[in-house]
Design a protein around this ligand. Structure first.
Ligand code: PPE
Length: 318
């Protein structure tokens, strides 16, 4: 699906027209994968459009950059402001998907050149619907375990949301699509369950919620963290642990989490039906709590909703 273009992209400190946000073909990141990025969602709420956990996403962007010694020439505050600015300037009042990205740009060529190429930073935003299909939120998706494993911890750091990691995700996802599945799950190098190509994974069995821990080559997902906290607050036991593959087959419920995927039930793995073959009650309850944050049904106890417009402007336009 082509990206539904908006008017402006924030690029190196200012808003430029969408089609002008371009880079040189000899940019370092294009050749060596030296790019870090975020996926962030904004939602329409009763108090106006709000960005979900903006500060945590920006912090992870800077963490990813730190791991790769990429010096972002802006502060976290400036990136947060840039995110608010692109949503606002593009009139994305119904919600949006934001894509902040920072990368080694055009300068010297070579894997680790003596003079570090300048770091380019951009934030784009557009309207993006259900990541794993229109029906996925209620119906669930059919997935497989990939023949491709996730990266080992001493190869590429999984906690950095770096472009290069998505070569692994591409192999996993493309294989899954080729075999007729909606998404693929990667196993960690020790053969235990890691995560989806672009989602964290949760397993429900006997009312207990399990998800692979950080040592299992997973991205430290912000939706993952939100779901763990909401689930614990609702009284569920949540275990961050090591999960053998066969747990996927005998689970009562499985679901993916991610900014793009939100909370998506999984109804089969490798053509084995999960639980009743439809969204289970724990998944549904967590979806209700999660999506309730944006309608106001779930109180925003942790200050996760970052208003795009300052309160004074919201009041004036009301
Ligand atoms: N694991 C991976 C590998 C991953 O890419 C994501 C997000 C997650 C877990 C969940 O993290 P979080 O979004 O913080 O809850 N994947 C992003 C990119 C998807 C894409 O196709 O591009 C996303 O969901 O925005």
């Amino acid at each position: 699906m082509p990206i539904p273009a908006t008017q402006y992209i924030w690029f190196n400190g200012k808003l430029v027209p969408w089609e002008s946000a371009t880079v040189h073909v000899l940019s370092h990141a294009l050749h060596y994968g030296s790019s870090v990025f975020e996926g962030v969602r904004a939602y329409a709420t009763p108090a106006g459009v709000a960005i979900f956990r903006l500060r945590e996403h920006t912090r992870r962007l800077f963490d990813s950059a730190k791991i790769y010694r990429i010096n972002i020439p802006f502060t976290e505050q400036q990136i947060n402001d840039a995110c608010r600015e692109v949503v606002s300037a593009n009139g994305l009042t119904k919600g949006a998907y934001l894509r902040p990205v920072a990368f080694r740009g055009y300068g010297e060529i070579g894997v680790a050149p003596k003079i570090d190429p300048p770091v380019d930073v951009a934030v784009a935003a557009w309207e993006w619907g259900k990541y794993l299909g229109a029906e996925s939120e209620a119906e669930g998706v059919d997935v497989c375990v990939s023949s491709w494993q996730r990266v080992a911890p001493n190869t590429l750091p999984a906690m950095a949301k770096a472009a290069g990691n998505y070569l692994s995700s591409q192999l996993i996802s493309m294989e899954a699509h080729r075999l007729g599945f909606v998404e693929g799950i990667g196993l960690a190098p020790d053969g235990t369950v890691s995560e989806g190509a672009g989602e964290n994974l949760f397993v429900v069995r006997d009312g207990v919620i399990h998800t692979p821990g950080f040592a299992h080559s997973v991205l430290g997902g912000i939706t993952r963290d939100s779901v763990i906290r909401l689930a614990r607050e609702a009284g569920y036991e949540v275990r961050e642990t090591s999960i053998p593959r066969e747990m996927l087959y005998i689970a009562d419920e499985l679901f993916f989490t991610g900014t793009a995927a939100e909370i998506t039930p999984i109804r089969s793995v490798d053509r084995i039906t999960v639980g009743s073959g439809r969204r289970g009650p724990v998944t549904e309850a967590l979806q209700k709590t999660f999506f309730g944050l944006f309608t106001g049904a779930t109180p925003d106890r942790h200050g996760w909703l970052e208003p795009v417009e300052p309160a004074t402007r919201r009041a004036a336009s009301a």
